[in-house]
Write a protein that binds this ligand. Structure first.
Ligand code: PLP
Length: 399
């Protein structure tokens, strides 16, 4: 039965088209658009000869099913031509820990960007340390000078762009070039932009990680992680995934694929609303600074413009100095911004934060209380009215 997916397109497809067309095997799916949710451990072999030869597309549930195959095919298309393989993990943190265990060994030195996602630091400072890996942190704005921190035993550099909560924009191509000159691997936590707006693997990164819990899932209903690697790093990743027994549940695999199908429209909306809201905050008298690399005024804007094709809906603001009780009154007054961790779903969120306890190569001194916003898919007029009402409460509580 023929479908558009069985015909070869005559031109290279845009990433948005790839999100819709990839990972679809119409014949295997008996004509249906989507793959079945295959729940399975055992895969039966028809003959003893097949068993001895490990013959067959699928061998065992942990190693892959028709559902994971569909998702991996789609993710490989999204990650681009330099992607040699994609591994699936049960959370973003599991994707990060699996990757670090895959590339490091006792006696190695690891460099991690100071603005990394906090649990990444926690993993390095506890389990990796216990296993004899030394981690040092570097200024996100270091660029090619990262080379001054290389030791003979430096094995990998971990970057994240922009920085978690603080939104500094590192120069990933410069860091990658310096690292590759010494045979050092580069790992990028690419959750914020997704490969749709930042093709890590095309910018010299060897391993591109996503907390697919965020924008890939897109609906705040799954925990999921992906590890995409180039040909240099893929053998290490696939080996570690096998040895550690890392795999993802079938419902979450299905939902991740379902999320991918609408990623382009959701992300475009998050981008537009996020930029609009960032500008709105910048014009508010209560706001000292807005941390969003998509704003022309942001120190990271030039790098963002060069290396990224878009922004997502997550950014931070710094308020002018105000007592905690006024900030809490503001947060409590909001009705459309839920308070909670994670982001990337359809809904708007806010969280107060203070990075000072988890920055060591740089000093976090923003000049006032800091809040991180995720702008969801609600009407901007409604969101602005909610925030304006919140600021009235804030100003009254400030006294
Ligand atoms: C949320 C997040 C993670 C972790 O993802 P989980 O699925 O929650 O484990 C990793 N990196 C970044 C940048 C994140 O925002």
């Amino acid at each position: 039965m023929k479908s558009p997916q069985d015909k070869k397109p005559s031109r290279t497809l845009a990433p948005a088209t790839g999100l819709v067309t990839s990972g679809r095997d119409t014949l295997a799916q008996k004509g249906f658009i989507n793959p079945p949710i295959v729940r399975g451990s055992t895969v039966l072999y028809p003959t003893a000869e097949d068993l001895h030869a490990h013959r067959g597309e699928f061998q065992y549930g942990r190693h892959g099913t028709p559902t994971t195959k569909a998702l991996i095919d789609a993710l490989m298309t999204l990650e681009g031509a330099n992607c040699a393989g994609v591994g699936l993990a049960p959370s973003g943190v599991a994707a990060i820990s699996t990757t670090l265990l895959a590339v490091l060994k006792s006696g190695d030195h690891l460099l991690v960007i100071d603005s990394a996602y906090r649990p990444t630091r926690n993993f390095c400072d506890s389990l990796l340390k216990r296993y004899g890996v030394e981690t040092s942190y570097f200024d996100p704005l270091i660029g090619a000078d990262v080379a001054t921190l290389f030791k003979p035993n430096t094995r990998a550099v971990v970057v994240e762009a922009p920085g978690s909560q603080s939104f500094e924009m590192p120069d990933i191509p410069a860091i990658a070039k310096a690292a590759h000159d010494k045979g050092i691997l580069v790992i990028d936590d690419n959750t914020w932009a997704t490969p749709l707006y930042h093709r890590s693997l095309d910018q010299g990164v060897d391993i591109s990680i996503q907390a697919a819990t965020k924008y890939i899932g897109g609906h705040s209903d799954i925990m999921f992680g992906t590890i995409a690697a180039n040909a240099t790093a893929w053998p290490l990743i696939t080996e570690a995934i096998r040895l550690l027994g890392v795999c993802a549940g079938p419902d979450d695999v299905f939902l991740a694929l379902r999320g991918l199908r609408t990623l382009a429209v959701r992300l475009a909306h998050h981008q537009q609303s996020g930029l609009d809201m960032a500008r709105w905050f910048a014009a508010r008298p209560e706001v000292l600074r807005v941390l969003h690399p998509g704003l022309e005024s942001d120190p990271g804007h030039a790098i963002w413009k060069r290396d990224f094709t878009g922004a997502s809906g997550l950014f931070s603001i710094v308020l002018k100095p105000a007592p905690q009780k006024a900030v809490d009154a503001f947060l409590d007054a909001l009705t459309l911004f839920g308070m909670g961790y994670s982001w990337g779903g359809f809904e708007s969120l806010v969280i107060p934060f203070d990075c000072s306890g988890y920055r060591t190569a740089t000093t976090w001194a923003p000049g006032g209380p800091a809040l991180r916003f995720h702008i969801g898919l609600e009407s901007l007029d409604d969101l602005k009215a909610d925030l304006a009402a919140g600021f009235e409460v804030f100003n009254a509580a400030k006294g």
